[in-house]
Design a protein around this ligand. Structure first.
Ligand code: LLP
Length: 425
């Protein structure tokens, strides 16, 4: 990792731009995104997965510039709503390179997908099959995949584990619902089944669960061939590739995963006497997470008992992840040299609840004071895309940094933006 990694280990600049300068120019809180780091991570995927499709999961972070970078670097896109889809297509992304997901696709989601011509729609429940076929209409044909739950437990937190039965996504490989859905899709002339999909979870740092899922998916594909004589040409293994949020934490080795999947696929297909399908993966976090840094200003400092509370001008409305998943970050003081030894502190947000804690039990210089800047590295994924309007604070802007220059990608949400939606008397 280039500059965002450096930021995690002590530097004050990202892509040749001083973070404190970005804070001065654009205000705080501000999210800084290193364009070169995003592009570099896209390239790492392209090189690790030659001959496969890499669909960037837009839910991690989406903006028009992001869409352009991802496209220019040769990735496709995974979206899960009409909104994500429309933003991508209006930013110039080719719709045939987009996959639409969702366990509860609205009429607008499906209508937009068909109107814009998305490459694949991933079927998540039996009731969708007839619905999509009807929406396609007579004479039309839409490429679809079936999302399978392979029975593999993996992921960094219960809320982001999706590989086993008992959670809302996909169709079970274990109880036969996936095989039944495949049969129903194959019977629909409006639907062209290109393959099977699975996404076992998120923030997974080892290759093993993916290899297990892959073998189960190949077994299911062999079952489809045996039952229907249909050889499915594609296999999408979803995303979930884990990253390090703090120095020293493990991350998934993308190149090793790619090698493991290639070899595992060749072996499983040879054993099942199946041609090797075209592979796809859908990383979100691993493409954009390490490329982002959040910068806050300290508004208040106080000691309560043994705890030094450092309160900043953002919090759970721009980063709900610590509250939702107990994720730990490594915030650091930037913009000045510390003049005191480090001590243990708890960085909290500005929102009106005690759970608004960004980072508990971290080391910060003992002289941290109001007006200081605090940077939270590895803030590129699932922060702003999950940001809320809590307490009417307004969502922070996104600034891209590249080759020594900073430019605004997404502006700050103003009070006027918020007020305008309130139309009642
Ligand atoms: N493909 C599908 C079908 C997915 O549902 C997801 C994520 C991805 C790909 C991308 O997963 P990634 O590579 O980014 O892990 N808000 C949570 C993560 C939720 C992930 C949901 N689905 C978090 O902040 O950790």
């Amino acid at each position: 990792p280039a500059s965002a990694g450096r930021a995690a280990h002590g530097a004050l600049t990202v892509a040749g731009v001083e973070l404190a300068e970005v804070a001065e120019r654009f205000g705080t809180p501000v999210y800084v995104l290193d364009e070169g780091e995003v592009r570099g991570r896209c390239r790492t995927y392209r090189e690790a997965f030659p001959g496969a499709d890499v669909f960037y999961a837009a839910k991690a972070f989406l903006s028009r510039a992001m869409v352009r970078w991802v496209h220019e670097e040769g990735l496709g896109l995974d979206v899960c709503s009409a909104g994500e889809l429309e933003l991508a297509v209006t930013a110039g992304f080719p719709p045939e390179r987009i996959v639409l997901h969702g366990n509860a696709k609205s009429p607008r989601d499906l209508g937009t997908a068909l109107r814009l011509g998305v490459g694949r729609i991933v079927i998540d429940s039996p009731s969708e099959i007839a619905r999509i076929a009807a929406a396609v209409g007579p004479g039309g044909r839409q490429k679809v995949m079936v999302r399978v739950v392979p029975g593999v437990s993996a992921g960094g937190h219960d809320k982001i584990r999706t590989g086993t039965d008992g959670q809302k996504f996909g169709l079970s490989a274990t109880d036969g619902s996936a095989a039944r859905a495949v049969a129903r899709v194959l019977a629909q002339p409006q639907l062209e089944l290109t393959g099977l999909h699975c996404h076992i979870g998120s923030q997974i740092t080892e290759a093993e669960p993916y290899l297990t899922a892959l073998r189960r998916m190949v077994a299911l594909m062999a079952g489809v061939r045996d039952a229907h004589g249909t050889v499915l040409p594609e296999l999408d293994l979803g995303g979930g590739h884990g990253i390090a949020y703090r120095p020293g934490e493990p991350s998934l080795d993308v190149a090793a995963l790619a090698r493991g999947l290639r070899d595992g696929l060749a072996e499983a297909c040879a054993a099942a006497r199946l041609p090797v399908p075209r592979l796809a993966v859908e990383p979100g976090r691993a493409v954009v997470g390490p490329a982002g840094v959040a910068v806050y200003r300290v508004l208040a400092v106080k000691r309560t008992g043994d705890t030094l509370f450092v309160a900043v001008d953002g919090g759970m409305s721009d980063n709900p992840r610590p509250a939702l998943y107990g994720v730990r970050y490594a915030p650091r003081l930037i913009g000045r040299a510390p003049a005191a030894a480090p001590r243990t502190a708890t960085v909290v947000g500005r929102h009106c609840e005690a759970g608004d804690v960004l980072a508990a039990g971290v080391e910060l210089p003992g002289d941290v004071r109001p007006g200081d800047l605090i940077a939270v590295p590895v803030a590129g994924a699932y922060h702003l895309s999950m940001a809320s309007g809590y307490n009417m604070v307004g969502r922070p802007p996104v600034v891209a940094v590249h080759e020594g220059a900073a430019r605004l990608l997404v502006r700050r949400e103003t009070f006027e933006d918020l007020r305008r939606r309130d139309v009642g008397e």
